[in-house]
Write a protein that binds this ligand. Structure first.
Ligand SMILES: [Zn+2]
Length: 328
């Protein structure tokens, strides 16, 4: 099994880099670990750090590399803990500062594009195309106070969707967003997970961590989630820990800021709110209230803005509307 410069024989754990060559802008080396199990089995890719300041997910995968030994593994694990190195190194939120692009919106990428597009192209070719399944880890960014959740992507392919659903349940986070609005064209997949699902590979995205913190419970939830999915996929011995009766979210309502100024939240991540409830307000720089943010529907605060600065039209919160029935 070869990913970038990492070539692992059966029974080996090898690290290397995916070399993104220079093009119209600078090149970069994206670190990768390949654990080629002692026994045959599925190939699972686990990726984090498309957003290089979503730290809990990045640290979770740094730890996971050390936890998985080839002797206990069936199949192959590909771990990319930090896609967006420039974001991490320069503490820049949401985008790759080299080209200003979001590293989870440019898939399947372009070998002749900017750095983000070239990196996305190589990840599609070297990681997605070689894998049977993918887990993409995210979290609240520095400006997002987020409660943990995962996504179940429903494509309409019943067999694939059943496996993806099991993977989300095995991951174990207790709030699951049912995602039905992703592009269906593999050549316009945009998101990393969607690049896998549009190629017929059951996959999931999970988020934990918030506002620049690396809290042990959130890092552990991500690590345990990956290990449980690996047990479900028969890559590790033992039984997966399926979450029972999770909260299914079938709609996400975005609350955007009406004015530029200073944001004061009135709710915390994970709070349940009623439609019309005041969830925060914005003042000008001398303390006059210029905007009140109200919940556009009832549901759970998936994340709320975690820093005081806000711009007109910027996201203040995402509210998850709870499904009336368990999602099938
Ligand atoms: Zn992210």
């Amino acid at each position: 099994m070869k990913v970038g410069t990492a070539t692992a024989q059966r029974g080996q754990k090898v690290t290397g880099v995916i070399q993104v060559p220079p093009g119209m802008d600078a090149g970069t080396d994206i670190p990768v670990a390949v654990v080629h199990g002692a026994r045959p089995g599925l190939v699972l890719a686990i990726v984090a750090g498309a957003h290089g300041t979503e730290y809990a997910s990045i640290i979770a995968l740094e730890k996971l590399i050390g936890l998985i030994e080839p002797s206990q593994l069936s199949g192959t694990l590909i771990v990319i803990p930090l896609v967006n190195l420039a974001s991490f190194e320069q503490t820049i939120v949401h985008v790759n500062p080299v080209d200003g692009k979001n590293m989870n919106r440019m898939y399947p990428g372009n070998p002749n594009g900017t750095q983000t597009e070239r990196a996305s192209y190589l990840i599609t070719k070297q990681v997605i195309e070689q894998s049977d399944h993918l887990i993409d880890l995210h979290g609240g960014d520095i400006d997002e106070s987020l409660r943990p959740y995962s996504y179940w992507t429903k494509t309409g392919n019943e067999k694939q969707d059943a496996v993806s659903r099991d993977m989300a349940l095995a991951f174990g986070l207790d709030h699951i967003i049912v995602s039905t609005d992703r592009p269906t064209d593999p050549s316009q997949s945009r998101y990393l997970e969607n690049t896998a699902t549009t190629r017929g590979k059951p996959s999931l995205t999970a988020e934990a961590g918030h506002t620049g913190t690396v809290e042990a419970d959130e890092v552990d939830a991500l690590i345990e989630g990956c290990l449980s999915v690996m047990r479900y996929l028969k890559m590790l011995p033992g039984r997966p820990a399926f979450i029972e009766n999770p909260v299914w979210i079938n709609q996400v309502l975005s609350v955007t800021g009406g004015e530029t100024g200073i944001f004061y939240p009135l709710v915390k991540r994970g709070a349940y709110v009623e439609k019309g409830m005041k969830i925060g307000y914005v003042t000008d720089y001398v303390g006059r209230t210029i905007f009140e943010a109200r919940a556009p529907g009832s549901g759970v605060v998936l994340y709320v803005r975690g820093v005081p600065s806000v711009t007109k039209g910027g996201t203040i919160a995402n509210i998850g509307v709870v499904a009336a029935q368990p999602a099938r």
